[in-house]
Write a protein that binds this ligand. Structure first.
Ligand SMILES: Cc1ncc(COP(=O)(O)O)c(C=O)c1O
Length: 362
């Protein structure tokens, strides 16, 4: 593709000298598991997000699993979340034996609808997982108010929202846990798998620390059956370097999105809103349009990437058959009309123009 969804190679070229030197140094230090770079990255990330604890783990899916364990979610509990997300959000609910209860999204932000959360609460509800989808914070004032009223835990899925904020406060700092993914294509991506859990609770941090390392608080003493889910030292080396540039990367993403919005204004394509009270970091630039599949084919035929996030909402996935599900009209419509286009910090204005020409001529 002449214009890819993300340009990992281009970004690596700009960081190559720094990353290669730091990796060689870490290789020589030989502290490969929970070594000094993981510890330093955890500290730097906690400072960046303004949260008490940041704990590395193997990937964003494990981060969700660990976050739900830290929130005390157990078999038989219900967890309210969105169906318009990657499957990991709800897979993790199943891992702890709980039931995901899918509710609808808002048509403008595509994030979970607070009124729908309220309507779905039962006496088994124990938690809410808002997903800050495509880099835009969910309606946290309303979600926090509901959680306080009904005594529910909030586990924020921040896999797509590193550095995005809501009314000046970073996502991943509102609930008992924030969970992050450092999958390579994420806005803070490493060169393999990586994840992190954030929390302001000492007890939750202890739970994550123990579970991520074989249930062990002291070497060869195991309090619970945990897992091997540690952030890799070499990935932490890369993440420490990229973290220094995250604000620059995010503002470039916003620049790209603003250019798309300007060039597509007045067209038949519904462009994403850029709200004033939150910093959208545009992990994805997603349009809504009729005839989506034909637009996709036409754009791809011009050697320009585009992708459907997400074509099948989770309540319609085979994996969740058997879960009692309502219909989710907004989610279902959006999944038929959404199409995402390339966004990466290094993307030039002329590349955005080329994509827009392809979109408009589709
Ligand atoms: C919203 C969301 N949640 C969770 C995950 C899972 O992250 P990982 O792939 O690191 O396990 C992803 C990543 O794809 C995601 O986009």
């Amino acid at each position: 593709m002449t214009i890819p969804m993300v340009d990992l190679k281009g970004q690596y070229e700009t960081l190559k000298t720094e990353i290669d030197a730091a990796i060689i140094q870490a290789l020589g230090e030989t502290r490969y598991i929970l070594g000094p770079n993981v510890q330093a990255f955890e500290k730097e990330c906690a400072e960046y997000l303004n949260v008490k604890h940041a704990l590395g783990c193997a990937n964003g899916t494990d981060a969700l699993h660990l976050g739900l364990l830290a929130a005390g979610i157990k078999p038989g509990d219900e967890v309210i979340t969105t169906a318009f997300t990657f499957i990991a959000t709800a897979e993790a609910v199943r891992y702890v034996g709980a039931t995901p209860v899918f509710v609808d999204i808002l048509p403008d932000s595509l994030n979970i609808d607070p009124d729908a959360i309220r309507s779905a609460i039962t006496d088994k509800t124990r938690a809410i997982i808002p997903v800050h989808l495509f880099g835009q914070a969910a309606d946290m004032d309303e979600i926090v108010a509901i959680a306080e009223e009904y005594n529910l835990a909030i586990v924020e899925d921040c896999a797509q929202s590193v550095g995005s904020s809501y009314k000046g406060r970073k996502t991943g700092t509102f609930g008992i846990a924030g969970t992050f993914s450092f999958f390579p294509s994420k806005n803070l991506g490493c060169y393999g798998d990586g994840g992190m859990v954030t929390t302001n609770s000492d007890a939750a941090a202890d739970t994550v620390r123990i579970y991520r390392n074989h249930g062990s608080s002291k070497q060869y003493h195991h309090d619970v059956i945990g897992f091997n889910s540690r952030l890799d030292e070499l990935q932490a080396v890369i993440l420490r370097i990229k973290l220094k540039y995250i604000d620059e990367y995010n503002s470039n993403r916003l620049r790209v999105a603003q250019t798309y919005n300007r060039l597509l204004e007045g067209s038949r394509f519904e462009t994403p809103a850029i709200p004033d009270d939150r910093d959208h970091i545009f992990h994805q630039y997603t349009l809504l349009c009729d005839g989506r599949d034909a637009v996709r084919e036409s754009v791809l035929s011009k050697d320009i990437s585009c992708a459907i996030y997400y074509p099948v909402p989770l309540h319609q996935q085979k994996a969740f058959t058997g879960t009692e599900q309502a219909t989710l009209p907004v989610t279902e419509e959006v999944s038929l009309r959404c199409l995402s286009f390339p966004v990466f910090p290094e993307m030039s204005e002329s590349q955005v123009e080329t994509v827009c020409e392809a979109i408009l001529s589709a």
